[in-house]
Design a protein around this ligand. Structure first.
Ligand code: C2E
Ligand code: CA
Ligand code: CA
Ligand code: CA
Length: 277
């Protein structure tokens, strides 16, 4: 009987602990973070590889919690997607982008900014509506906005195709992010209304390694050339990687070799200092 009491006591203790933790899952923390406005955006320059001129940048979300700890988007974006919170988060990110650099972009019509979209963002009219409204308010042209749709979006091929076309028809530029890491067939790329693709860092890391990823990248780059798609490569850290990519016809590059993600004002100064002539 004593053992039974001990066991049920332990079970009750475990139950209470689990319930208490429940209120603090990643999903709950994201909800709280959204309500408190804990998310902000930093900007990583994107350069033209041939001459290093800065043509724009990518908006990257940052989450600093109240206690000061930073959580990587690689950890919370998948949870936000799984728990139906990504659209609210994307809404906030888009609002930040225009508040931070809307005026800057309006005054520099050749500069563009890439914004990451998850599958539900691409498929909803809400994101389109918000982008249209903010663009008009600030006087930013649609072709200054590049939407990076992660390749996971393409799982539901037909839906992605029609929603992508509606963004395209409105004048936005579309690229497929993390290309080569998802599930879409290369041939399918030909039927999508996209302007370009973003080669994932894993491929850039594999340059010169002689591994299968290195091979696959070669095929992706030939295919992109055949289809007339612009290619941007991310995660470039070494000069040798940049040289290889230039030789293979890659137009744009992004990575620590050039610049890390930075606050809006620093980004503005960086762009102005290296704008294409
Ligand atoms: P991503 O879209 O592939 O973004 C590139 C990631 O590589 C960024 O990490 C960037 O900071 C990092 N990076 C860029 N250059 C280098 C480099 O030279 N070396 C190394 N080691 N890393 C580099 P970050 O900001 O941690 O974002 C991680 C992922 O989280 C992004 O991958 C993207 O999938 C997602 N994410 C970030 N911001 C957003 C956002 O605003 N919305 C959505 N939906 N997803 C986002
Ligand atoms: Ca991206
Ligand atoms: Ca990614
Ligand atoms: Ca990536």
């Amino acid at each position: 009987l004593g053992l039974l009491g001990l066991t049920s006591g332990a079970i009750i203790f475990w139950l209470i602990l689990t319930l208490a933790r429940r209120g603090d899952t990643m999903g709950a923390r994201i909800r709280r973070g959204l309500a408190r406005g804990e998310f902000r955006v930093v900007y990583q320059p994107i350069v033209r590889l041939s001459d290093g001129a800065c043509l724009g940048g990518e908006a990257l979300v940052r989450w600093q919690q109240r206690d000061g700890t930073m959580i990587s988007p690689d950890r919370f974006i998948p949870v936000a997607e799984a728990e139906g919170l990504i659209e609210r988060l994307t809404d906030q990110i888009i609002e930040h982008v225009f508040a931070d650099i809307g005026k800057f972009l309006a005054e520099r019509p050749t500069v563009w900014i890439a914004i990451n979209l998850s599958a539900p963002d691409v498929e909803s009219d809400r994101v389109r509506g918000r982008l249209d409204r903010l663009r008009k308010t600030h006087g930013v042209a649609a072709d200054q906005i590049v939407l990076e749709a992660t390749e996971r979006t393409l799982i539901d091929a037909r839906r992605a195709q029609s929603s992508m076309r509606s963004f395209r028809d409105a004048g936005y530029r579309l690229t497929i992010d993390d290309f080569g890491t998802g599930y879409s067939s290369l041939a399918y790329l030909a039927t999508l209304p996209v302007d370009g693709l973003k080669l994932d860092k894993t491929f850039v890391d594999s340059i010169g390694s002689g591994t299968p990823a290195d091979d696959v990248m070669g095929h992706i780059l030939s295919l992109a050339a055949t289809l007339g798609l612009d290619v941007a490569a991310e995660g470039i850290e070494h000069g040798a990687q940049a040289d290889y990519l230039i030789a293979r016809g890659v137009t744009y590059g992004q990575g620590w070799l050039f610049a890390r993600a930075m606050e809006a004002e620093t980004f503005g100064a960086y762009v102005d200092g290296r704008m294409a002539v």
